[in-house]
Design a protein around this ligand. Structure first.
Ligand SMILES: [Zn+2]
Length: 131
């Protein structure tokens, strides 16, 4: 066996946690462990993305339902009571005056004084809507 192929440190299979024997570049015990590992990782990623998407869609639904005219202002507490998640948005828009609008797709919100939230329908490409 070539010297570079000799295992010097023990390496464990990331799926079953058994010590891997054989070539140093071997990552998993066998094809089954490799397939199971990537299946698990893929599932975890899908579950995570689904969870975030659900929060975003719920947030958008809340904003849309209380802002049918496209521009309004509500107390922050009102959004909280509806289960709005302020940590979950799709992008941030900063106006020329430095005001930040948090977008949930096309629904934007911004923090006002007195614990109020301004809501506006806003498309990222149409920058002139919010100034
Ligand atoms: Zn394994």
């Amino acid at each position: 066996m070539n010297e570079t192929n000799v295992r010097r440190k023990t390496k464990k299979c990331p799926y079953c946690n058994k010590i891997i024997t054989g070539r140093t570049d071997k990552m998993f015990c066998d094809d089954r462990c490799r397939n199971n590992f990537y299946y698990k990782v893929n599932n975890e990623q899908k579950t995570y993305i689904r969870k975030i998407n659900n929060i975003l869609l719920k947030n958008r639904g809340i904003l849309r339902s209380i802002n049918p005219s496209g521009r309004t202002s509500v107390p922050r507490r009102y959004l909280e009571e509806l289960g709005f998640d302020f940590d979950c948005f799709t992008s941030v828009h900063k106006t020329q005056k430095g005001r930040l609008y948090y977008l949930v797709y096309d629904q934007a919100y911004s923090f006002d004084e007195d614990e109020r939230i301004s809501l506006v329908v806003f498309y990222r490409d149409a920058q002139a809507v919010v100034s």
